[in-house]
Design a protein around this ligand. Sequence first.
Ligand code: SF4
Ligand code: ZN
Length: 340
Amino acid sequence: MPKQCQLCQGKAVLKRPKTGHLLCKECFFRAFEDEVHRTIVDNSIFSRGEVVAIGASGGKDSTVLAYVLKVLNERHDYGLKLVLLSIDEGITGYRDDSLETVKRNEKQYEMALKIVSYEELYGWTMDAIVKEVGLKNNCTFCGVFRRQALDRGALMLKVDKIVTGHNADDIAETILMNVLRGDIARLARCTSISTGTDGALPRLKPFKYTYEKEIVMYAYFKKLDYFSTECIYSPNAYRGYARAFLKDLEAVRATSIIDVIHSGECMAVRKEVKMPTQGTCRQCGYISSQELCKACVLLEGLNRGLPRLGIGKSSRVKKALSEAPAPSAQASSSANALDF
Ligand code: SF4
Ligand code: ZN
């Protein structure tokens, strides 16, 4: 006998990973969307009239996020203007293909799309950076550059907020990594649903409590157009261990992901954790707790042929920067040229 949907008594086609409920497609869609709506409302993520950039990679998370935000914006009349913002890291055979997906999403979801590239912002593609630094620290460069690139693209678009598709699994992984490293200052930032209230544009994660498995199910049953290949430069071994560990825990107990997030939230509210004070980078004006922001240090290293410069301790960086000859005009202007 076919199993019944526990909500409408129709024919169940799936078991929700988060709750174990047997549901039909329509009831799953509604439950998924209602949960995201609750997260948005309970955390006052948006205000009426705001322009919101969706960080769109063409992957499942950001594609589902764009689709669901469009649905919710219409259903609940949030009064938002939604736009897509993509970063082209310059990774041949990966990002060029995924950007084609975003360009299709632009038409499918009727949202304006802006693409900013590392090449135009920094004068370097990830392909060129990997040739220089190899496959060990490439994600450090990429992560720092992406963070700034999203802010810079959002400023060009004059948006009020940025939303990203970080899901509950991503956040639980980051919490585990920060706990394992003893990095309690970072723990506060990674558990928060909103960051960037310290000077950069507000950045929000409406999928903070949404399971990756459910995002995949939603995309599959809605037949959304997304790109599912891994980055060709993805070594990130440490995150890989945290991910595998979490998946093992989830197999034993479905609530493990949310439990880790709640534990992270409780640890993050400890008052005695000292947070770095924010200033601005003297070279490019981006927010930074040091004299030079991390992107400028990494860029100086690349342009001076010292690619490991920004990877080490900040005292070593200061010494190297004061000893090394001044960068060429071309090298330092790529970040400076941006209008803040
Ligand atoms: Fe960039 Fe590393 Fe992610 Fe590839 S895996 S897109 S190099 S951060
Ligand atoms: Zn800078």
